[in-house]
Design a protein around this ligand. Structure first.
Ligand code: E4P
Length: 215
């Protein structure tokens, strides 16, 4: 499994990148809006930080303007992946973009059939939203398992991004379920690396080390 950071905040992305474990970035219109900055400028800065796929979302509703938007986004940097919403118009756009060699990440996926259709249209990635399903009392992680199984059985090479991750257990479960990628908020990334026994252990080792006679 690879870890992407789900953020549009350049400071967070820089800090996450310094850990050396992040191989891509996902953004969405809400994350961009939170920054209060120009979309293109933010995306350009992110591509300069991370040497890997950077998802930037198209906001048009119809296929034709979605394709035009995707072409503009893809021209920013070769690492740009265009996020396309999981709709009929989105599927048409994905098909057209695949034939032009533009990578896509089909977003707002909430069922196995949606993921299947996105893969058949030629999506590079699909993003099932685990946390938002959990929020309404559904089992988000079960969906990841189903998609992994379907793609395996049928040899579909679309990569599965476990998205809408809320806590570290979601990442462990995504890895166990066979997701190719988990895209995690910066907060969750920091929670993943922490363990109280590690902190206590360091404290104890340093305290004991201070007692070692030094010449
Ligand atoms: C992923 O690509 C999405 O941007 C993101 O994971 C959505 O997460 P949320 O449900 O916390 O908004």
């Amino acid at each position: 499994i690879k870890i992407f950071i789900d953020s549009a905040n350049v400071d967070e992305i820089k800090a996450a990148n310094e850990l050396g474990v992040i191989s891509g970035v996902t953004t969405n219109p809400s994350l961009i809006a939170r920054e209060g900055r120009d979309f293109g400028e933010v995306v350009r800065e992110i591509t300069a930080i991370i040497d890997g796929p950077v998802s930037a979302e198209a906001v048009s509703v119809d296929a034709a303007p979605m394709i035009a938007e995707a072409e503009e986004l893809a021209a920013i940097h070769p690492n740009i992946v265009v996020k396309i919403p999981m709709t009929g118009e989105g599927l048409k756009a994905v098909k057209a973009l695949a034939s032009k060699g533009i990578k896509t990440n089909v977003t707002l996926v909430f069922s196995a059939n949606q993921a299947l259709l996105a893969a058949l249209a030629g999506a590079t990635y699909v993003s099932p939203f685990v946390g938002r399903l959990d929020d309404i009392g559904h089992d988000g992680m079960a969906l990841i398992g189903e998609i992994v199984q379907i793609f395996d059985i049928h040899g579909l090479d679309t990569q599965i991004i476990s998205a809408s991750i809320r806590h570290p257990l979601h990442v462990t479960q995504s890895a166990l379920a066979g997701a190719h990628i988990a895209t995690v908020p910066y907060k969750v990334l920091n929670q993943m690396l922490k363990h109280p026994l590690t902190d206590l252990g360091i404290e104890k080792f340093l305290a004991d080390w201070a007692k070692v006679p030094k010449k």
